[in-house]
Design a protein around this ligand. Structure first.
Ligand SMILES: Nc1ncnc2c1ncn2[C@@H]1O[C@H](COP(=O)(O)OP(=O)(O)OP(=O)(O)O)[C@@H](O)[C@H]1O
Ligand SMILES: [Mg+2]
Ligand SMILES: [Zn+2]
Length: 323
């Protein structure tokens, strides 16, 4: 499988911006130092002089070129050391004038050992994920605008405590889930009737985990299946991204048409992620019984291994409509 080549050229552009920005920072630092610490400016002139000497030795082709080069090397290292010492003495970090790299592995070239560096592939994946997520405003819902006031705090629910207590615990679980997100990590399944905040909390998780720099893919199951359908369900870019994203959020599981092919696609997706210890957050309107009926036993047993959050209360969508 491969990502669309446009994401590779976007990643190359992004790296070249990074290189440009870092070299501008370095230029500014050199300028600053040449004004504040003329001593260093002199040392740096000597240092660049060693390059001229090296070229001279090479063109000369003298018999003792080898010795001359190694002497020059020593001179060069000693100058670098003196520069570092002066920097430190004046309260600067010793590498203040050294090249700046965001990725030490590939020095922002995107390549190590003739292969794409992981930093480069991270950019490619992020770009592709942004495209896939572009239909959902992922940053719209946050934990902070999730209000517990919509849930009754007087009557016990079928779960025992009041709806507010149950939902306060769910909110807390989701918040902690997002704040502690790391890999490998557990999966969650949120179940409950319509309008109780499942999508809201799922999006809040997505937004927080994205902010923490992870690759998150969010989609409603019917929508994702339509996209997979376009790829003929054959290991295309979308399937690969769903299988390998750091976090996959499957919204509204069960809202898709009954279809054997869908069941097997969902099973192999969820199973592939579990085998790779990658977490999935699922939300659904269906009860366990309905899930068992709609999906097969293999998928049912995968759901059972996920941490379950039961949503309860009365439809917030309706309450908000009446406000
Ligand atoms: N506790 C809450 N505080 C503030 N807004 C909420 C809360 N719960 C839900 N909402 C809002 O109410 C609307 C419906 O909520 P949401 O879409 O999250 O419900 P759902 O459980 O996903 O429903 P469905 O099963 O129909 O998909 C959304 O606009 C959401 O932002
Ligand atoms: Mg929903
Ligand atoms: Zn790199």
């Amino acid at each position: 499988m491969g990502f669309d080549s446009k994401y590779f050229s976007e990643a190359e552009n992004e790296l070249s911006d990074i290189r440009l920005r870092n070299s501008e920072i370095l230029d500014r630092r050199a300028e600053e130092i040449s004004v504040k610490l003329p001593e260093i400016a002199e040392l740096r002139r000597e240092l660049s002089g060693t390059l001229g000497k090296l070229i001279a030795i090479i063109t000369e082709r003298a018999d003792d070129a080898r010795e001359k080069i190694s002497a020059l090397e020593k001179e060069n290292l000693a100058l670098q050391e003196r520069i570092r010492t002066v920097l430190i003495k004046n309260g600067y970090p010793s590498d203040y004038l050294s090249p700046i790299y965001n990725c030490k592995l590939c020095r922002d070239t995107g390549i190590v050992d003739d292969r794409y560096c992981s930093c480069f592939m991270d950019i490619v994946k992020r770009r592709a994920a942004e495209k896939l997520n572009s239909t959902t405003p992922l940053k719209l819902c946050t934990f902070d605008d999730f209000s517990l006031a919509y849930y009754d705090d007087t009557l016990p629910t079928e779960l025992g405590p009041t709806a507010r207590k149950v939902m306060a615990a769910n909110l807390e679980t989701c918040r902690r889930y997002a704040e502690n997100f790391h890999l490998p990590y557990k999966s969650l399944i949120m179940r409950g009737k319509t309008g109780l905040g499942k999508t809201h909390l799922s999006l809040s998780i997505a937004s927080e985990v994205l902010n923490r720099g992870y690759n998150v893919i969010y989609g409603s199951v019917p929508d994702l299946l339509r996209k997979l359908d376009k790829e003929k369900f054959e290991g295309g870019e979308v399937l690969d991204m769903l299988e390998t994203a750091d976090l996959l959020i499957l919204d509204d599981l069960g809202a898709e048409m009954d279809n054997k092919l869908y069941v097997s696609v969902l099973y192999s997706l969820i199973n592939a992620r579990m085998n790779a210890s990658l977490p999935t957050v699922i939300n659904t309107n269906l009860t366990i019984k309905e899930l068992e009926k709609k999906y097969d036993e293999r998928l049912g047993s995968r759901f059972l291994t996920m941490e379950e959050l039961i949503f309860t209360g009365s439809d917030v969508r309706v309450q908000k409509g009446a406000e």
